[in-house]
Design a protein around this ligand. Structure first.
Ligand code: GLA
Length: 645
């Protein structure tokens, strides 16, 4: 409730400012340039230095033709590598003559006639991050160049800064931009190194809070974790910037991109697309142009969302909206689907008989009596906007299907379906169906029913698998509510696997449930190789050669099914002799709990014995981290890794 009041107050202030100063306030450089977080496109994430004026013009055209501009994406931002390797005879920055032969002004004109704005890039250092001329001690001249080219936005980086104080360097460019008389947004890109949230608002409109994003789930989650506690520093004309979007760049699933986008919207992040708009698929376009989520991001109250609850893999993030509603993200960081719930009271909403709930991905509206369940796929996010009141909508219902991630071949296991009814009245004529792979059977048949359901209906199914390997399960539930017949469905996947035989087994001879590796594949009985498994050298630690084991490269994870029937795991671990001076740390996990850790190990040190009790563990996870210094040379060996079952 308190947060909402703050939201309302902020919004009243913003409205009052706009009313008093009117549009002229926007013409004062550095003043009210970004009452809402900026939206646009930037060349870096997809193209790096591979940019030219054709790409920028084509992207301008695409911003218009794809509907992106009309969805709010108006900044067309050129990142590093637009400039020539040398300043001109007068000491001014100049565009690369081959790649930008018509200059930056021509691109600004091209953008402006299309209702777009042009952004450019430099660094508060002697050179950009790619080694091209940058603006330290050239602030006045460079700001004048940008203004004379009709540039609207400067992303100002931090490379090659000569160790000079950040505030001094960013103030110099801020003053120089303001002195030009042209309103130019200053995007401060010092990677959160000097806590810019404490000082940058006086110089620019937004500031990066972290190092660079990349197109991976780990990167998105790592950046997300660094936003906790920063929410109080963000507001109109002063935005925390968790870096540009990777949506549509191809190395994450659409589910992951949806979560990335929803979280960035909840954080009031700048929404700067970083994909190739000339080749944007329908799913990417639907994510980026989602009006409901853009509205969350741009909500004029400008109160950044925050993490409300952390249950391990399940997290609840919420943002009070200026109209008294709350936007909520139910995030699942885990490896299988999750059933996550939050209450209206936790969200700070006032007590009401009903709440109106809008699913911001499907647009479906429903009603809840106070609890909101969501079933989020692995690496997925359910997003609701919730208003007190309502009641005319159908009840909010969700179906969760839960199954063990791995099951033992030829052993029955339990699958659970849970139908949540968060609204009213009760559901009637409730019928559930479970679909299993051919050859599998379900005790008591594949259907179940309940005459009526209020709150939740949980049904356990005993399933008998057949064969080994990955398998898909599906469930659907049909019910009646207020005369309408409704169907909810859910899917889940599992892997049936053979637990190790009784006695001792080499881990290198067991199937992996999954494996990930920092370089090439995980090797069986050889050290880290480059391409196919088996191309590594013999496992060698401090001069001793081991005939069996796993050759990995940090960061790595090798997951093996034990089925609960093993007693111990043992290995001799260390850095392989084959490369330079890396450092890693080994960890043994069982069913999501860390059982043992070696601490940081260095090259040339004798192998360290690891002996772990794994009684009752179903899935063993052998992990290697980079030892805290990046993963260069991190060839990590689990010599003689074996389980006793
Ligand atoms: C830094 C920035 C990135 C990008 C590159 C360009 O790494 O943080 O966003 O601008 O420089 O070289």
């Amino acid at each position: 409730m308190r947060r909402i009041l703050i939201g309302l107050l902020t919004s009243v202030l913003v409205t009052a400012t706009a009313a008093v100063f009117g549009p002229s306030a926007a013409a004062v450089p550095g003043q009210n340039l970004l009452p809402a977080p900026p939206m646009g496109w930037n060349s870096w994430n997809k193209f790096g230095c591979d940019i030219d004026e054709d790409l920028i013009r084509e992207t301008a055209d695409e911003l218009v033709s794809t509907g992106m501009r009309d969805a709010g994406y108006t900044y067309l931002n050129i990142d590093d590598c637009w400039m020539a390797p040398q300043r001109d005879a007068n000491g001014n920055l100049q565009p690369d003559p081959q790649r930008f032969p018509h200059g930056i002004k021509a691109l600004a004109d091209y953008a402006h006639v299309r209702g777009l704005k042009l952004g450019i890039y430099s660094s508060a250092g002697t050179a950009t991050c790619q080694g091209l001329p940058a603006s330290l001690d050239h602030e006045t001249a460079d700001a004048r160049s940008f203004a004379s080219w009709d540039v609207d936005y400067l992303k100002y980086d931090n490379c090659n800064n000569q160790g000079r104080p950040a505030q001094e360097r960013y103030k110099a460019m801020s003053d120089a931009l303001r002195a030009t008389g042209r309103p130019i947004v200053l995007s401060i890109c010092e990677w959160g190194s000097n806590q810019p949230w404490n000082w940058a608002a006086q110089y620019g409109e937004l500031w990066r809070t972290t190092g660079d994003i990349n197109d991976s789930w780990g990167s998105v989650m790592g950046i997300l974790d660094q936003q906790v506690g920063l929410e109080a520093h963000s507001g109109p004309n002063a935005w925390n910037d968790p870096d540009m979007l990777e949506v549509g760049n191809g190395h994450m699933s659409d589910t992951e991109y949806r979560a990335h986008f929803a979280l960035w919207a909840l954080l009031n992040a700048p929404l700067i697309a970083g994909n190739d708009l000339r080749a944007m698929d329908g799913a990417t376009k639907a994510i980026l142009e989602n009006k409901d989520l853009v509205a969350v991001d741009k909500d004029w109250g400008g109160v950044q969302g925050h993490k409300l609850r952390d249950d391990g893999d399940a997290e609840v993030w919420a943002k009070p909206m200026s109209d008294g509603s709350v936007a909520v993200v139910l995030l699942n960081r885990g490896g299988s689907g999750a059933d996550i719930a939050v209450t209206a009271a936790e969200l700070g909403l006032p007590t009401a008989d009903h709440y109106r709930v809008r699913d911001l991905w499907s647009g479906a509206e429903s009603q809840s009596a106070g609890t909101l369940h969501g079933t989020a796929a692995s690496h997925g996010a359910v997003v609701y906007r919730v208003w007190p009141g309502g009641g005319a909508q159908p009840p909010l219902t969700t179906l969760a299907l839960t199954t063990p991630e791995v099951t033992a071949v030829d052993r029955p296991f339990t699958v659970t379906t849970t139908l949540h009814d968060d609204g009213s009245p009760a559901l009637t004529h409730v019928q559930a169906t479970l679909t299993v792979p051919a050859g599998w059977t379900v005790d008591g048949g594949t259907t179940a029913s309940a005459p009526s359901v209020e709150g939740a209906w949980r049904h356990d199914w005993t399933v008998h698998p057949s064969g080994t390997g990955p398998a898909e399960l599906a469930a659907s539930v049909t019910y009646k509510a207020g005369g309408a017949s409704v169907t909810r469905s859910a899917t889940a996947s599992t892997v049936t696997a053979q637990p190790p035989a009784a006695g001792e087994s080499q881990v290198s001879a067991l199937p992996f449930v999954s494996s990930s590796n920092g370089w090439g594949p995980v090797e069986r009985d050889t050290s880290n190789g480059e391409t196919a498994a088996g191309d590594g050298h013999p496992i060698t630690i401090a001069g001793t050669v081991y005939p069996t084991g796993l050759g990995t490269h940090a960061p790595s994870s090798v997951r093996v099914f034990l089925g609960g029937g093993c007693s111990s795991f043992s290995a001799l671990v260390g850095l392989d002799d084959e490369t330079g001076a890396g450092s890693v740390a080994f960890e043994v996990w069982g069913d999501g709990t860390r059982l043992a850790a070696t601490g940081v190990q260095h090259k040339g040190v004798a192998a360290v014995p690891v002996d772990v009790d794994v009684s009752g563990v179903r899935v063993l996870d052998l992990r290697v981290t980079d030892g805290g210094d990046g993963n260069t040379y991190d060839h990590a060996d689990w010599a003689g890794a074996a389980v006793t079952c």
